[in-house]
Design a protein around this ligand. Structure first.
Ligand code: HEM
Length: 266
């Protein structure tokens, strides 16, 4: 199964052109959903107005090379390793899910656009990376959803309580999980059996929910978070600190109580 490009087998019943159109429609849904979200929340407008206001209180003007250095460090640390999540389980789970998803999406596009004719010879690296990416996403996303999300981890809600905020993580896990099961069943060569077809439908529906739900889900954080991290680090470097008060010069005194328990009551 790991070595088989599932889209080649699918191309015996569904023309590759439909698969390619499906990918294009999903990309359009992401763009439209994100733009509607930006218009509705006015977050990008606020972001630029805030950055302009903060610039007025900058203590120094950054040169181009200083800006490039700050942005490069942000890409390497804040974005590529999601340092905002600190060291520990939360960051590990996020990295598993994030890189799993990136691998899954990139290899899906490569296999659908370059190797989805019934006669195509897919280099075995692509299906391996596709399956590994899907497994990483299922592991990272499930770890986060079952054990680490704030309502369960800190607010003692039962793990099975589902709210709108779970739309993104659940749709993400569902696409990878259904994709894996579909690929496995298809690789068994079940011919006229229904199993793989059911999971293909579930794979398609979960993709429609994931990409069609951008406006209602947390999908767009993958675009907003990097922008916000770059702005925050530039504001640190030019001394404007986003108009926040300067750091206290006195040592932090919280008493010994703070050491009794790991902080997790947000
Ligand atoms: C393909 C890219 C990405 C994927 C698939 C992804 C996936 C996820 C998922 C599934 C969640 C949990 C959402 C929830 O609260 O239900 C999440 C939360 C989060 N993500 Fe991402 N993410 C991506 C990119 C990024 C980037 C680039 C950053 C930062 C620069 C980032 C920072 C965060 C933060 C801070 C949280 C909140 C975590 C928490 O509540 O513990 N993510 N992400």
């Amino acid at each position: 199964m790991l070595l088989i490009n599932p889209f080649v087998i699918l191309s015996e019943t569904i023309s590759p052109i439909y698969m390619q159109w499906f990918v294009i429609v999903m990309a359009i849904l992401v763009v439209v959903g994100t733009l509607l979200d930006i218009i509705h929340k006015k977050n990008v407008k606020y972001f630029f107005e805030n950055a302009k206001k903060a610039k007025l209180s900058a203590k120094k003007t950054l040169s181009s090379s200083e800006k490039i250095s700050v942005i490069s460090k942000t890409i390497v640390s804040d974005i590529a390793t999601t340092s905002e999540l600190g060291a520990g389980k939360r960051r590990t789970a996020h990295l598993l899910g994030m890189y799993g998803t990136i691998l899954f999406w990139i290899t899906s596009v490569i296999m659908i656009f370059c190797y989805s004719n019934p006669t195509s010879e897919t280099p075995s690296a692509w299906p391996i990376i596709w399956h590994v990416g899907a497994i990483m996403t299922v592991l990272g996303g499930s770890w986060f959803w079952f054990f680490l999300r704030v309502d369960v981890y800190s607010e003692a809600q039962p793990w099975y309580r589902i709210i709108k905020a779970d739309l993104f993580v659940l749709a993400l896990v569902a696409t990878s999980l259904f994709g894996l099961v579909w690929s496995y069943l298809q690789s068994l060569n079940l011919n006229d059996r229904w199993d793989d077809k059911v999971f293909l439908v579930l794979f398609i529906v979960s993709n429609l929910v994931l990409f069609g739900g951008v406006y209602w889900s947390k999908f767009a954080h993958m675009f907003y978070k990097p922008g916000a991290a770059i702005q925050k680090n530039l504001a640190e470097a030019d001394g404007s600190r986003d108009n926040l008060p300067p750091e206290a010069d006195a040592p932090e005194q919280f008493g010994s109580g703070i050491k009794r328990e790991e902080p997790k009551h947000y």
